[in-house]
Design a protein around this ligand. Sequence first.
Ligand SMILES: Cc1cc2nc3c(=O)[nH]c(=O)nc-3n(C[C@H](O)[C@H](O)[C@H](O)COP(=O)(O)OP(=O)(O)OC[C@H]3O[C@@H](n4cnc5c(N)ncnc54)[C@H](O)[C@@H]3O)c2cc1C
Length: 567
Amino acid sequence: MNRVPNAAQLPPIPREWDREADIVVIGSGATGMPAAIVAREAGCSVIVVEAEGDIGGHAITSGGNVPLGGGTSVQKQYGIQDTPDLLFRDLTDWSVVGPNGFPDYRYNDREVIRAFADNSAPCFEWLLAHGVVFVDKGPDESGGNSVGNSVPREMHCMVGAWDTVQTGRPADPAVQKTRSSGNGLMRPLEVAARKCGVDILLEHRMTHLHRETPYSGPVLGIAVDHNGATLNIRARKAVIVGTGGSTGNLNFRRMFDPRLTEEYCGLAGSPWSDQDASGELAAMAVGASLWGFFNQTGEFGANVTKAGSIGCQYNYRNLQWFPGSRVFHRARASGLKVANWQDLIMVNMLGRRFYDETGGQYVANNYDHVKDYVQGSYLNAKNFKFAPNNFLNAALAGIDDGHNGGGPIWAIFDSDALDREGWIPAPPHVDIAEGFFFSADRLADLAEKIVMKYQRVKMPPANLEETVARYNSFVDTGVDRDFGKPKPLYKIQKPPFYAAWATPVVHDTRAGLRINGQCQVVDMNGEIIEGLYCGGESAGGFSQHGLARSACQGYIAGNVAVEEPTR
Ligand SMILES: Cc1cc2nc3c(=O)[nH]c(=O)nc-3n(C[C@H](O)[C@H](O)[C@H](O)COP(=O)(O)OP(=O)(O)OC[C@H]3O[C@@H](n4cnc5c(N)ncnc54)[C@H](O)[C@@H]3O)c2cc1C
């Protein structure tokens, strides 16, 4: 894990630099790529350092749904009247709450949102001009979240004929023009970056920033690790942090939510790339401030999600890894995609059910999600009752033993369920070797077998037998007397029996470094750190799921950073 250096531990500014460029961008994802291209096309030399062996970050694994609005050419083409002012008011509307009562926008930073609103449509046109092709239809409300309630804004990047990172192969030709995917965003941007001469250094992981003095003066460059060797790269004008957030860093994410202990290892977007807070930590070590914590802990969007696949570590519902992927050796299994949560029960480490398995996860706002929406009306909030989506809260509650975190959650089912779902209980579908999937002919034996690094107490076999027997009795009566599952449908009775990893997933980062409207990083005194910029999931103050805010902030940072003096 990335350790937090203090100012005294920072290495000295190098007398000689190994490389230099006007602008150094950290990370080649949704923020970094636009920033790099904009800066290069403005005449600056640009180096992008990327920790992984390929570009793209979480953005390339994403669904490619991009809510850029404020009056784009496509909105106009479809007769949708949107303006920067409307977009700004949407994303700062205190009166909007989700169906569970949580407000998505109330804690957004006005300056950050104003900049997004003003640059949203220009950023969209810029993406079009740089080879990104959107599915040929009008904007809608599907795929992203927290994008505003007044008009549809969601556009969808066409997957095209690029090899997808999930399979290593192109999508079926039948859907290449209609399916949305992050490949369709990031591969065209990679082509554009290489064409204009951005220097992309893969497997170069930024370890810290060089600032003139630890807490004053401009940022002068970065240090990177490249296969064990340290390189120092000078940035004559600016460093732009686009490292993608902090959910993969245990200590960092627990500043926001102490429950998120180590068993939450199924990070969405991993193992393509990590969100290890390295950008935030490096900036904090030279004085940067964090911003907007509520946006990370509020119960909306995809900050924490219910598992979508079971029996594998990386179990985010919108992402499965298949054997052709270049990271399949890290993912190890594709997982069993759950079509019907009636097909199983879910138990904690002790073999006890904790909630209705059909329960949902957090929700968030998009166009049409608030009925009869009137901007700023007190009725928007008044008409919703506070009704948290408690499946996740119950899963994260723990077993009353004084530990934080809910521990592993196991999906328990029988061979009838296997048939109903069409699952294959063997590799590469499930991860038996690392302990994310178990089977046995008797329930008691199944409980005994559940041994893996996050199962810190043994599951008492009698508990699992008792839990299943009680659940089966609910199927007989049609009433779940413990958790109110709507009409339990299927008994768990036909061996073999299975236990599949179904622990919740950590996904978005919505709080990070404090930035201003120009994407300049701000310190603990409220002052700008010269020569340091940030955007995307590593930046705070903006509650929205992903690509639009990241691409737009990269676009802003690139445009502003080129105006910095050369140092
Ligand atoms: C499965 C999935 C589906 C999604 N679908 C959507 C969607 O449809 N719509 C939407 O709006 N959002 C979506 N998102 C969210 C969206 O992808 C992210 O919010 C967005 O990519 C964040 O952009 P970023 O630039 O902050 O980080 P990233 O795109 O993750 O890029 C960060 C990059 O920085 C690199 N990096 C990190 N640390 C270092 C370091 N120290 N040195 C060098 N490089 C480093 C990483 O390896 C990575 O390549 C999805 C996310 C996932 C995981």
